[in-house]
Write a protein that binds this ligand. Sequence first.
Ligand code: SAM
Length: 240
Amino acid sequence: MRRVDRWLLASHASALRHGSPLLVDLGFGAAPVTTVELFERVRALNPRARVTGLEIDPERVREASRAAREGLSFAHGGFEVPTAERPAVIRLFNVLRQYQEADVPEIWERLTSRLAPGGLVVEGTCDELGRRAAWVGLDASGPRTLTLATQLASLEAPSDLAERLPKALIHRNVPGERVHALFKAMDAEWAASTAVAPFGLRQRWRFMAARLKAAGWAVLDDDHRWRQGELTFAWEAVAP
Ligand SMILES: C[S@@+](CC[C@H](N)C(=O)[O-])C[C@H]1O[C@@H](n2cnc3c(N)ncnc32)[C@H](O)[C@@H]1O
């Protein structure tokens, strides 16, 4: 979650630095650890930012409330995020797994309709150790980006990340779909990067990213993020 938080704070920094923005962590889980971490990270950027953790499970809300403090609260709730105060960010991680692919567009739409002007929804998944993650960034107009993020030391090939794709894409990693073509292209460039392998995995990832961009893939970020084992694409590059 450190990676997604870092990404969302960087990509949304101008909106989060000003005023007292509200961030929602939807479906925070059995313990509010990731909610507290998000709170601490955004507070380092803006001491007036606030975070609310929402959960559909009332028992989890009761337990989590013990971690509440000024600026950090927990409440019972779901995709119908309250609009009394519209959030600048809604983050939901490892929540839509339990839902059907066909449900995703409506859930996305419901969430983006709750946002403050210029707001951002981040919906994705990661593995238990946080080594691999993938998330979709959405604004009021719908999905805008797909970000892949990995700990490079444990990576055999970029397509290892396919198992962490968000619900909207995980069943689409099959021939004929864009996301499948993307993973094939990433694996091919990764294999072609053996010449820079002696300089380390970071160099291999950067080499791959630069070659994908040069080949016309809609890579949106730059070397600064590639160094961290991340890569963001325009949604159109992977849309089913
Ligand atoms: C696997 S946990 C994820 C916890 C945490 N976000 C993480 O990534 O570690 C999924 C959580 O989502 C909650 N959940 C599922 N559907 C939800 C909904 N519609 N609204 C709010 N929470 C929901 C479940 O109760 C569960 O606690």
